[in-house]
Design a protein. Structure first.
Length: 134
């Protein structure tokens, strides 16, 4: 009976390590310049980045932050690395998406910094919610 107690732990750490892999994949894009509509190393936008990163994990996401918000399952508890985090920066619907990296940070293609970078999530305006894909 004792061994059954360890199972949920094993399950959650397994998905946790997948999330870490997603984050390290996202970080490989660091410094790639921001380009609206882009999805390559020559230039990429926020949903292009999440699409390209998750493609490596066998998930095909649409090139649209609003559409991506309908994928995966809504995160109700605390965020985990690899979760997609969504923002409504201008008060008119989802306008930005990034990948939660742990420790309050987000890897995202930022048009403010004009490149893929890691930011403190608290400095991104209008957090809407997160979706867990893995």
């Amino acid at each position: 009976a004792d061994s059954s107690r360890e199972e949920p732990e094993a399950g959650s750490s397994a998905s946790g390590s997948r999330g870490e892999e997603v984050v390290s994949e996202a970080k490989k894009w660091s410094g790639v310049r921001y380009r609206l509509g882009g999805s390559t190393r020559r230039g990429i936008d926020c949903s292009g980045l999440t699409m390209a990163v998750y493609r490596k994990f066998g998930l095909s996401l649409p090139h649209s932050d609003r559409a991506q918000y309908r994928y995966g399952k809504k995160v109700s508890g605390s965020l985990r690395p690899g979760d997609l985090v969504f923002f409504d920066e201008h008060g008119n619907g989802i306008s930005h998406v990034g990948i939660y990296a742990g420790n309050g940070k987000v890897v995202h293609a930022s048009n403010y910094y004009n490149k893929v970078t890691e930011s403190q999530m608290k400095y991104l305006k209008g957090y809407v919610g997160a979706r867990r894909l893995l």
